[in-house]
Design a protein around this ligand. Structure first.
Ligand code: EPZ
Length: 433
């Protein structure tokens, strides 16, 4: 872990940290914000609009600000119409290259490739890097573009895809139900000639949102949410304005559900319970009381936690984006739990930080063996990425004493007003400059 003084001496800006005093019970109601992993894609999809898009319930988070920058660099007009509403206007002259600096900051920038390829026939993108959760290649995206007839060149750190003679519909079988590849290929097929079928497609709820959004623009897509998506190419889209409301963030909801399970009685509201079914069933297995209502879930901890094995799988399986958080909870369960990560190559970097807080965890290839029966104690820890940061917040709530978490900037990428919402539930948490 790089200590703060080294970072500051090295000229890093002041490092912001969160300080949590553990043991406080959470009580009350928290409203979930709009889904990060939906809104970023709807913003990219707006590249295909010939008019104006209003996107409501957009979370005010760092990744959305980054995507605003990416779209502006491509020539789109975009601004916040109010606290959580984006107004996006396509004034007709789209560029084919987005800002390298911004693409480097956020992998999800790669989701502009499909819309640009189908709309203007060309996209040049700085090769977005991997990140701490593992190698994150784009080979499935690019193979899909090639299958549609695009020429793809990767050189000098850039990806260049161009559809010289237009794109032609085809059948594509994904080696892995990649969310990003499904989304990018679906977008690229919209203005292709003929029908495209994507098999072994990702089934995440966010993909259904994109299908709905594109179909409002005049696309002809069916099957999102299943493993087979059919896109009938059209020659052009309509010129209608679109007004779309983003679905609730199922990962933020799950994060608060696990925080409540760590200690408290909380109603997580404004969510779609069916989107967190895998977590609900796992929490019940651990011994947590979960009551599901129409648009909310009430989670009550009983202070005792049974151990449970967790197998991460693509949706509707247990989501990888809640793997660090559930591992933090299982660190204090009675008995041994085995958590197996089947989506990303190395998403256990945060385990060292939990061990610093007293957890007994051993990582062996794709699995973390959590011995449980430990008491966590507060410590200075570092969050290497967004969901790891969330796991350390949950560990801080569980721990005895004070935990300081470095890496607040990661939390701000994906959680809107996280500490404010937790303080609203009675957590003792504050920001340290
Ligand atoms: C999306 O990432 C989400 N991000 C991730 O959430 C989420 O963890 C992931 O889907 C899985 O659900 C956004 O939506 C912005 P993938 P994505 O393509 O699309 C491999 C968070 O914390 N793969 O389904 O990048 C890849 O390396 C983030 O909110 C290839 O090998 O995920 C990974 O191991 C983290 N080649 C696996 O597939 C490819 O061409 C799943 O990746 C593409 C992916």
């Amino acid at each position: 872990m790089i200590d703060t003084d080294t970072m500051v001496q090295a000229g890093a800006s002041v490092v912001e940290r969160l300080e949590i005093v553990g043991g406080r019970k959470l009580r009350g109601v928290v409203n979930v914000s709009g889904a990060k992993n939906a809104v970023l894609k709807l913003m990219a999809a707006s590249l295909l609009s010939n008019s104006q898009c209003i996107i409501r319930n957009a979370p005010k988070i760092r990744d959305v600000e980054t995507m605003i920058g990416v779209l502006r660099s491509l020539g789109m007009e975009i601004s916040w119409a109010d606290e959580n509403t984006l107004r996006i206007t396509n004034n007709g002259d789209l560029k084919d290259t987005a800002s390298d600096e911004l693409v480097r900051q956020m992998r999800a920038s790669a989701q502009v490739m499909g819309p640009l390829l189908t709309k203007i026939g060309r996209v040049k993108l700085f090769q977005p890097g991997g990140c701490v959760i593992g190698q994150r290649p784009l080979d499935l995206h690019l193979k899909g573009f090639q299958a549609l007839g695009a020429e793809v060149i990767e050189e000098h750190g850039y990806i260049l895809a161009q559809a010289r003679g237009g794109l032609k519909g085809t059948e594509i079988l994904l080696d892995f139900p990649s969310v990003g590849a499904t989304e990018n290929i679906m977008a690229a097929a919209i203005l292709a000639e003929g029908v495209t079928i994507i098999r072994n497609a990702a089934k995440e709820p966010e993909i259904i949102e994109e299908q709905n959004f594109y179909n409002r623009l005049g696309a002809r897509i069916r099957g999102a949410g299943t493993d087979t998506i059919r896109i009938e190419g059209v020659s052009q889209l309509n010129n209608r304005d679109i007004d779309y409301t983003v679905i609730p963030d199922r990962i933020e909801a799950g994060t608060f559900m696990i925080a409540a399970a760590a200690g408290g009685d909380v109603e997580i509201a404004a969510l779609i319970p069916e989107h967190v079914e895998a977590l609900i069933s796992k929490l019940k297995e651990i011994g947590i009381e979960v009551e599901t209502k129409e648009e909310s879930v009430r989670v009550r901890s009983t202070g005792r936690y049974r151990s449970a094995d967790v197998t991460v799988l693509p949706y509707p399986g247990f989501p990888t984006d809640l793997q660090p958080q559930i591992t933090a909870l299982l660190a204090v369960a009675d008995g041994t739990s085995i958590i197996t990560e089947n989506v990303f190559g190395s998403r256990f970097r945060y385990v060292d930080e939990l061990i610093r807080m007293g957890a007994a965890i051993r990582v062996e290839s794709r699995s973390a063996i959590v011995k449980g029966n430990t008491k966590l104690s507060g410590a200075p820890v570092y969050a290497p990425d967004l969901r790891a940061g969330a796991a350390l917040v949950i560990a801080g709530l569980l721990a005895e004493g004070k935990t300081t978490i470095e890496g607040v900037q990661y939390l701000e990428r994906g959680y809107e007003r996280l500490e404010e919402k937790l303080v609203g539930l009675g957590a003792e948490i504050k920001r340290l400059d």
